[in-house]
Design a protein around this ligand. Structure first.
Ligand SMILES: CC(C)(COP(=O)(O)OP(=O)(O)OC[C@H]1O[C@@H](n2cnc3c(N)ncnc32)[C@H](O)[C@@H]1OP(=O)(O)O)[C@@H](O)C(=O)NCCC(=O)NCCS
Length: 162
C-alpha cells in the first residue's frame, strides 16, 4: 500500500504550453539524462525559432518540466523531431498525453506525420503504434550507439480528414 501511495503522490497533473527560452536550461539537462544522442542547447535554440515547440509542465509547479516535444511542418506534412519525458516521470502516460495533444494542435492542412525511432526503443514504438502510427521503412545503421550503430524505423500517421 505504501509503495502505491508514493507513486500516486508523485504523479503530476500536467498542462501543455509553448516552450520558451527560459525552459532551455532544464530541458537540456533532461535531454542529457534521457537520450543516448542528446540534442545540444544550440539545436533547441534553433528549433525555438523554426519549429513548433511544446512543454508539458506540472500545473502545481510550472518550473517542473515533465516533458517536451518538437515538430516541424511543411505544406501538408509534419515531422516529430523530438519527444521526451523527464526520466523520473516516464511510464505514467505523460508521453502518450503529450503526443496526443501535439497531434491535435497541428493545423488541419497536415495530412501525414512522420517520425524516426531507434529499433531498440520499444516503449516509444509501442506508444506510436497505440496512437495509430505504422512502420513505413527502415534506415540502416542510422543511429550511433555505445557499441556501434543501430537501425531507425520510419513511421507515419495518416490523419483522417473527417
Ligand atoms: C518514449 C517516451 C516519450 C514515452 O513516454 P512515456 O511517458 O514514458 O510513455 P507512456 O507512459 O505514455 O506510454 C508508454 C507505453 O509504452 C508501454 N511500455 C512501457 N515500457 C515498455 C517496453 N519496454 N516495451 C514496450 N512497451 C512499453 C507502456 O505500457 C505504454 O503503453 P500502454 O499505454 O499501452 O500501457 C519516453 O519514455 C521518453 O522520453 N524516452 C526517452 C526519449 C525517447 O526515447 N524519445 C523518443 C525518441 S523517438
Amino acid at each position: 500500500m505504501r509503495a502505491v501511495a508514493a507513486i500516486t503522490e508523485s504523479n503530476q497533473k500536467p498542462f501543455i504550453r509553448k516552450m520558451s527560452a527560459e525552459d532551455l536550461l532544464p530541458i537540456v539537462a533532461i535531454e542529457r539524462q534521457a537520450t543516448p544522442s542528446p540534442w545540444s542547447a544550440v539545436q533547441f535554440e534553433q528549433s525555438l525559432e523554426q519549429h513548433r515547440c511544446l512543454v508539458m509542465a506540472a500545473d502545481n509547479d510550472t518550473n517542473l518540466i515533465l516533458g517536451y516535444a518538437i515538430v516541424s511542418t511543411l505544406l501538408d506534412q509534419a515531422e516529430v523531431l523530438n519527444i521526451c519525458i523527464n526520466p523520473e516521470y516516464q511510464g505514467r502516460g505523460y508521453g502518450s498525453r503529450l503526443l496526443t495533444d501535439l497531434l491535435k494542435q497541428l493545423p488541419d492542412s497536415i495530412e501525414v506525420v512522420y517520425l524516426e525511432v531507434r529499433v531498440s526503443n520499444f516503449r516509444a514504438i509501442h506508444l506510436y503504434h497505440n496512437l495509430g502510427f505504422i512502420e513505413v521503412g527502415q534506415r540502416r545503421d542510422y543511429y550511433p550507439t555505445e557499441f556501434g550503430r543501430e537501425d531507425a524505423i520510419l513511421m507515419n500517421l495518416q490523419r483522417s480528414t473527417d
